[in-house]
Design a binder for this molecule. Structure first.
Ligand SMILES: Nc1ncnc2c1ncn2[C@@H]1O[C@H](COP(=O)(O)OP(=O)(O)OP(=O)(O)O)[C@@H](O)[C@H]1O
Ligand SMILES: O=C(O)C1=C[C@@H](O)[C@@H](O)[C@H](O)C1
Length: 191
């Protein structure tokens, strides 16, 4: 059944706090899938920072990394974060794997970190089956380097989040329900 976003009466305790829901986590944690499921549950729209950035580019993010480098990509992410801050509210935002590093992240809305361990991520991306979905992910070309980046980032993802959701074998809809419950329990989302 279709639900209007107007049914979602938000009760944020902090005046001036943005009322978005941001989903953070490593590549393959399931951010986009959970954002879509949460959109279905709440009637809110979901956007994806990687898709929004690609809409600016004349190429894929992977090609952009090759032609312009990672630092240029991070500047685009910051530009996007600034636009979210000025122009976007009441929206679910699935973020790119490194978006959690932008300045002002925690003011953009409720940040929900999808805490999947590296084995779970590899399972999601079918790394073990050889049928890898890592081809389009420039920072997941080398398994060892990806694991090193994962280990370095883990404490930072945790620090830069309002809520931490442990990802095991649940499907995306279960995880979205869990987020909905957490936000409701905290009085941040209508019952
Ligand atoms: N809870 C889940 N259980 C099993 N597979 C999942 C789950 N969530 C996502 N997947 C699968 O993992 C892959 C990556 O999912 P998704 O694109 O949602 O992750 P992501 O965190 O947004 O990744 P990225 O930021 O790298 O694009 C997809 O094939 C998706 O079907
Ligand atoms: O983890 C990262 O730093 C990235 C993840 C992807 O979602 C893309 O945003 C890009 O490939 C960088």
């Amino acid at each position: 059944m279709e639900r209007s976003w107007k049914n979602q009466i938000w009760r944020f305790p902090v005046a001036g706090m943005k009322q978005n829901i941001l989903i953070t986590g490593f590549m393959g944690a399931g951010k986009s899938s959970v954002a879509r499921a949460l959109a279905e549950l709440t009637g809110l729209f979901a956007v994806d920072t990687d898709d929004l950035i690609e809409s600016l580019l004349h190429c894929s993010i992977k090609s952009y990394f090759v032609s312009h480098g990672e630092n240029a990509f991070r500047r685009l992410e910051q530009r996007l974060a600034n636009w979210l801050a000025s122009s976007v509210d009441h929206t679910i935002v699935a973020t790119g794997g490194g978006f959690f590093q932008v300045q002002g992240l925690m003011e953009l809305g409720q940040v929900c970190f999808l805490n999947a361990d590296f084995d779970t991520i590899c399972r999601h991306l079918h790394v073990c089956a050889g049928d890898q979905q890592t081809v389009m992910r420039p920072l997941f070309q080398n398994l060892e380097a990806a694991k090193k980046r994962f280990d370095e980032r883990l404490p930072l993802y945790r620090q830069n989040a309002h809520h931490i959701i442990t990802v095991g074998t649940q499907d995306s809809m279960d995880l979205a329900r869990q987020i909905q419950d957490i936000l409701r329990q905290n009085g941040l989302l209508a019952q």
